[in-house]
Design a protein around this ligand. Structure first.
Ligand SMILES: Nc1ncnc2c1ncn2[C@@H]1O[C@H](COP(=O)(O)OP(=O)(O)OP(=O)(O)O)[C@@H](O)[C@H]1O
Ligand SMILES: [Mg+2]
Length: 346
């Protein structure tokens, strides 16, 4: 099923046949995701799951798992969409539409309001996290290939190295003094300590576009087709970091910060995960910067370079904002402080 028209025709036919509802119109909302408006005004999300066929008849069958998790989480009063059904032949799944605005959109528009709803996002997340982990015994065998605890630990080694590289590269690009050996050793120690924490089961895709701000600013979580092991604080940091990837001049926005964290969270762990995540992001931008600089000579693209530099300044600003009171973490953060060091966007 390839063309847009064939898919829309199929969706109309399926919705009418299976939900007895008449379709008013269909929007292609995101890649492989459609918003279907019914004649009575109700909305449905239809998603094509590319992994449906590959995982069929396996323990991590994406359609079976998402049905089970959404039904279970709804029964526990978690803010997730109702599961409406799926078509195993085509790999389409149907859900209640929970709202048009993602946390990412919300944060790009108004960071102050977005930061205000973070405590509700954290509570909503914790309810989901606790319920999923109460079922660990039953769910652990359904983890996606590549999502086991051992995979997390080997990935973490890469993340640690990238964070250290990112620390040097960020300072270098912004003209800040290079991080001392002590800072790099501290980063290593912190990453090793983080790796000793017990990971939890949860959905494998945690970003601010997977939270929808619905009616009365309720934060709904979507995407439960794939389970993996990861750390709660890492999930939360990434869920609450807006990248603004859908916006023309989207910017990085860290929504979880010292003034809106919950007492129920281990602030030092959140702090450490944020540092590592930001340094990994900075590493990626620095890498792009290096690549572009080479082609810069050839193709001359000053505006793009300028926007990469702007991004690096935002990373440095987020990094240098102290979060917890942990001395080691405060020391690492101070390395990236650009205040009074004359860094400007020319
Ligand atoms: N039930 C829903 N209610 C409202 N909006 C939704 C719903 N499901 C998806 N969306 C919207 O569609 C976007 C893409 O959906 P989704 O996150 O499921 O796909 P994806 O991130 O492309 O998938 P994957 O990463 O699994 O390939 C979401 O960011 C959100 O804006
Ligand atoms: Mg998504």
């Amino acid at each position: 099923m390839r063309s847009k028209r064939t898919i829309e025709k199929y969706l109309r036919y399926y919705v009418t046949g299976n939900f007895g509802a008449v379709v008013e119109y269909i929007d292609e909302w995101a890649p492989w995701l459609w918003r279907i408006q019914l004649i009575d005004g109700k909305l449905i999300a239809a998603k094509y799951q590319p992994l449906a066929r590959r995982t069929r008849h396996t323990e991590s069958d994406v359609l079976e798992l998402e049905r089970e998790l959404l039904d279970f989480l709804v029964s526990k009063n978690c803010l997730v969409p109702f599961w409406m059904g799926c078509d195993k032949k085509t790999g389409f799944a149907f859900y209640e539409w929970v709202g048009d605005t993602t946390l990412d959109d919300y944060a790009q528009k108004d960071i102050l309001s977005a930061r205000k709803i973070i405590p509700r996002v954290v509570d909503s997340f914790k309810l989901i996290d606790n319920n999923i982990n109460d079922m660990q015994g039953h769910l652990a065998s359904k983890v996606i290939p590549g999502g086991e605890k051992s995979d997390l630990l080997s990935l973490w080694r890469v993340v640690t190295e990238r964070a250290k590289w990112g620390a040097y590269a960020l300072c270098n690009h912004l003209g800040l003094p290079s991080p001392t050996k002590k800072i790099i050793t501290e980063l290593d120690v912190i990453c090793n300590d983080l790796a000793l924490q017990d990971p939890r089961l949860g959905c494998s895709d945690f970003n601010a576009r997977n939270i929808i701000i619905g009616d009365k600013e309720s934060p709904y979580f979507i995407e439960f087709a794939k389970l993996n092991w990861d750390w709660t604080e890492r999930r939360l940091v990434q869920y609450t970091t807006s990248i603004g990837s859908r916006k023309h001049r989207g910017n990085l926005r860290a929504l979880l910060y010292k003034k809106n964290t919950r007492e129920t969270l281990n602030i030092a762990l959140v702090d450490a995960h944020q540092i590592v995540f930001m340094l990994n992001g900075a590493a990626e931008v620095c890498f792009a910067f290096e690549k572009e600089k080479k082609s810069f000579r050839k193709y001359f693209r000053p505006t793009y370079l300028h926007s990469l530099r702007r991004r690096l300044i935002v990373f440095a600003n987020v990094l240098s904002e102290h979060f917890s009171l942990e001395a080691q973490l405060c020391e690492i953060r101070s390395t990236f402080s650009i205040e009074k060091k004359g860094v400007t966007i020319e």
